[in-house]
Design a protein around this ligand. Structure first.
Ligand code: SF4
Length: 487
């Protein structure tokens, strides 16, 4: 049996692997006859290079494979496992030999292995998106460098995400095997680097740590999930990691403090006198401030009475994107600000992952008062009824009229009903773009609190991915239209 060798360079390149694989198929070289080499590897059996072999009889023949296989191969090739090259060729050989439905057999050992490799690459890509931290380059304006150590060859795969997310600044991501840089116009790739090539810390990290310590919610602490989401090997990339041991250690005491606080009666901030709903046309001064002031005294439905205060929308009054949730939660009711509780933190995480700057968004709710049931000391969220949504709708419509966003994203069925009407069905219409009568575009997705209500582990991760996938259309839109105020 004649043996041949082929070299893939760079080892994660689909194009390079595909050219070699085509060569193998056209020469009719069976998988067991082919040594796949990468980097500086040499053939153990000293097999000659297939590239130097005489031209095959069917050099012009085309080889068609399912698109799903090409996508799977592109992902698998980013894995560090050296066996992936021969694994993919073996699968290609089988598909070309007539097993067109190979990928639909999840029990096949080759398919199983390829799926596992692809999953590991996807997970590593997700971690890179979440844990890369840029540091300012001393002495240069608006130039940043990040150091990251991925498990797999994912820099080329993930770099376009950072180009979209940080399109307006110059940056470089250095890794041990490869570097990527963006000059504001184009991506470029180069050789690997060392951690010493990246700045150690910049002035903004203290600010970031202060912010992180403030948003850390000890009541939501789940160390097992935290370790899954943020494995210790990534901590060295994260400025906030130095805070985590103390935050975790003190979490129990802080939760006890929160419980003690819950026993106190909330500080009510509802004016004793009813202020009538005033539309923007009659509002004096800044119409949005006037609306906020008027809503503070609203009694259009009974929800005002047990609540602490009205939680009105917040954000730039010329925001291009408005996010509409269902109603304030316990934390929002006490603080008076929308999306600052656990669901808000999950939303922050999703926005950060997608490169969407929360401060450019206008955030509000379909219903402005917290509806809850009291169980002992706790106030448990209770879904607003249609009558509450309808009663509160004029406030939302007035906010939309004043802010005049280009895009409205509804989080959850209640918000979707308030914006798109009673015929909207979240299960059926989720993620689809709609146009309102005034031309405003929008879509609905799940509410972050729905994600948090899923069982922990894979189900919650899947739910989070669903939310992220829907919101990613905003990030994509921003990359094609930076005027939307989404970075
Ligand atoms: S929920 Fe809305 S309609 Fe009902 S009292 Fe509060 S602000 Fe008014």
């Amino acid at each position: 049996m004649t043996r041949w060798s082929v070299r893939v360079d760079p080892a994660w390149s689909l194009q390079a692997w595909r050219e070699r694989a085509r060569l193998g198929l056209r020469h009719r070289v069976a998988p067991e006859q082919l040594d796949w080499l990468q980097d500086e590897e040499s053939s153990l059996l000293d097999a000659p290079s297939l590239a130097g072999a005489p031209g095959p009889a069917d050099a012009g023949a085309t080889i068609g494979v399912p698109k799903a296989f090409v996508e799977l191969a592109a992902t698998c090739l980013c894995h560090r496992d050296p066996q992936r090259l021969s694994l993919l060729y073996r699968m290609l050989w089988r598909i070309a030999g007539g097993e067109r439905g190979l990928l639909t057999n999840p029990a096949d050992p080759d398919v199983l292995r390829a799926m596992a490799l692809a999953q590991a690459v996807r997970r590593d890509s997700h971690k890179m998106k979440a844990f890369v931290r840029f540091r300012e380059v001393p002495g240069e304006d608006d130039a940043f460098i990040a150091w990251f150590e991925p498990d797999h060859h994912i820099v080329d795969r993930v770099a376009p995400f950072f180009a979209r997310r940080f399109a307006g600044m110059r940056w470089a991501i250095l890794t041990p095997y490869r570097s990527a840089s963006w000059d504001g116009q184009a991506l470029a790739f180069g050789p690997g680097a060392t951690q010493a090539d990246a700045p150690v810390e910049d002035a903004r990290e203290e600010l970031w740590r202060t912010y992180y310590a403030n948003i850390f919610n000890p009541a939501r602490l789940n160390t097992k999930m935290m370790q899954q989401e943020m494995p210790a090997r990534y901590w060295k990339h994260l400025p906030e990691a130095t805070l985590l041991p103390a935050l975790v250690r003190d979490a129990g005491d802080r939760v006890q403090e929160m419980h003690d606080r819950e026993a106190l009666a909330p500080q009510r901030r509802i004016p004793t006198r009813t202020i009538p709903l005033r539309g923007p046309a009659t509002a004096t001064g800044d119409a949005l401030d006037a609306l906020r002031e008027a809503a503070a005294g609203c009694r259009r439905c009974p929800l005002w009475e047990p609540a602490t205060q009205t939680v009105f929308g917040e954000g730039p009054r010329d925001a291009q994107v408005m996010l509409v949730g269902e109603q304030p939660g316990d934390t929002e009711d006490l603080s008076g600000h929308p999306f600052v509780g656990p669901a808000g933190q999950l939303l922050n995480r999703a926005l950060a992952e997608l490169g969407i700057d929360r401060s450019t968004l206008y955030l509000t709710n379909a219903v402005k008062h917290f509806r809850y049931e009291r169980r002992g000391k706790k106030r448990i969220h209770s879904k607003p009824q249609v009558t509450h949504i309808n009663a509160c709708r004029p406030w939302l419509m007035a906010e939309i009229e004043q802010v005049s966003p280009k895009v409205i994203v509804c989080l959850g069925a209640s918000a979707a009903r308030a914006v798109f009407g009673s015929s909207f069905h979240l299960g059926r219409d989720r993620g689809q773009w709609h146009t309102l009568d005034d031309g405003t575009r929008g879509f609905a997705t799940v509410h972050p609190s729905w994600v948090l209500r899923q069982p922990t582990g894979a189900a919650q991760e899947d739910a989070y991915r669903l939310l992220l996938g829907d919101l990613s259309t905003l990030a994509e839109r921003s990359s094609s239209d930076t005027q939307h105020g989404v970075t």
